[in-house]
Structures are given as C-alpha cells and as structure tokens.
Write a protein that binds this ligand. Structure first.
Ligand code: MN3
Length: 242
C-alpha cells in the first residue's frame, strides 16, 4: 500500500477515534489496513477535540479543570506516548492490541497509552448536565439485574471510586458473559489491559486523579463523584453496552 493511502486511512481512523471512539473500542484491525505490514511504520497519536465546549459540564465540572485536563494533561499523555514509541520499529495503531499484551511494553507506554485511551473515552461518556439523568431501556434493566437498583449501583461505584487509593479510575465494565461489573484501576491502567485484576469492556469510567477535580472540589472526592452522575452520557454508555 502506498504511504499516501496509508496516511489517508490513518487520518480517517484518528478522526473517527475522537468522534465516536468505536475504533478505540476494538473496531479497527490494523492488519486489515495494510496486509504487507501488520503495524504502521510511523504512528503519531493526536489529541481528539472535546465533543462539547470546555464550559459545557458546568457547574458539575468547571471550565478551568476541563481546559487544563484536556489541553495539558491529556495532551501530555499523547505527546509522551509519541515520544515513548519513537524508537520502536513498529507499534499498533489500535491500542487494544497494546493493552492485550501490555506486560510486553515499557512503563512509559503503559502509562501514556492508557492515559490517552482513558481520557478519549472519558470525554465521550459525558455530556452537559441535567437533573434526573439516568439510564433507560436494556442498560437500565442490566444495571438493575446486576446491582439490584440504580441507587445500589451508584453506591458500589462510589465505593470503588473513593476506595481507589491515590490516582486511578473507577469503571463499569461488561464482562465476557455480558454481565455488568464494577472495578477500579491504579494510575492509567484500564480493564482492557492484560494485567487488570478484573478484565472487561469499559462502558463507563471516572477519572479520580486529583487533577480531575481538585480545583473545584479540593479533597472532597466524594462530592465530585456525586456530581458526575449529572453529566454521564447514558446514551453513549448504552451504545457501548449494546
Ligand atoms: Mn485525567
């Protein structure tokens, strides 16, 4: 395949990753993109745009936090990932392939590939806040089946999110049997990684690093978690669950 053709596909893929996250969730097979070369020779990851304005999640998540979180923190994961893979001969464009064998990669790649994927995901599963924001349909049924009720689910998710010592993430995952489960991961790990204590497909995730909430909530992580429920994009979560 010519390099211009490959670049076209790569740029299309990256645009899609930011907009829908479907490629990140496992849709794209890098080997299908170029049969001669299962990996692409020069990969460069890019910061996706937010799917809404920086102030769109106010008052639950403040504009300053969003600007720094996206423009500085997420950008740093992208830049450091690009730096970490610079010397490698090849690197999969589909981060799912990296997460499947994360133990084979450096700590820098683990942290920054995780950071890039996790934040791209996080932006997508939020939207401008509203009262009585809750899941519907099959997702609501599955939550009730797995946790007893929405309130019980929120309680268990909050326990996981507050219980994550130091920096990390809380997740709602769909496991291999299609059941819902809650887990937490340290640093920028996620449940797609081979090393995860509980593996599954993330359908909801909450960043509980202090940089995600400290400007507005200081040490009150539980208040940040309570307010997160107003901005969850349940339609997106439902589409990831389906
Ligand atoms: Mn973060």
């Amino acid at each position: 395949m010519s390099s211009s053709r490959r670049n076209f596909i790569r740029n299309t893929f990256l645009a899609g990753a930011g907009a829908t996250l479907i490629p990140l969730a496992g849709g794209i097979d890098a080997s299908a993109m170029d049969t001669d070369n299962p990996f692409n020779d020069k990969i460069s990851f890019k910061l996706p745009d937010l799917p809404y304005d920086f102030n769109a999640l106010e008052p639950y998540i403040d504009v300053e936090t969003m600007k720094i979180h996206h423009g500085k923190h997420h950008q740093a994961y992208v830049s450091n990932l690009n730096k970490a893979i610079e010397a490698l001969d090849s690197f999969p464009e589909d981060l799912n392939k990296v997460f499947d064998h994360i133990e084979k990669y450096s700590t820098a790649i683990r942290n920054n590939a995780g950071g890039h994927w996790n934040h791209s995901f996080f932006w997508e599963i939020m939207r401008p806040g509203k009262e009585n924001n809750m899941p519907t349909g099959k997702l609501a049924e599955a939550i009730n089946k797995s946790f007893g009720s929405l309130d019980e689910f929120k309680k268990k998710f909050k326990e996981a999110a507050t219980g994550q010592f130091g920096s990390g993430w809380a997740w709602l995952v769909k496991d291999v049997n299609g059941s819902l489960d809650i887990t937490a991961t340290p640093n920028q790990d996620n449940p797609l990684m081979s090393v995860a204590a509980k593996k599954g497909k993330p359908i909801l995730g909450l960043d509980v690093w202090e940089h995600a909430y400290y400007l507005k909530y200081q040490n009150k992580r539980p208040d940040y978690i309570d307010n997160f429920w107003y901005v969850v994009n349940w339609d997106k979560v439902a589409s990831l669950f389906a």
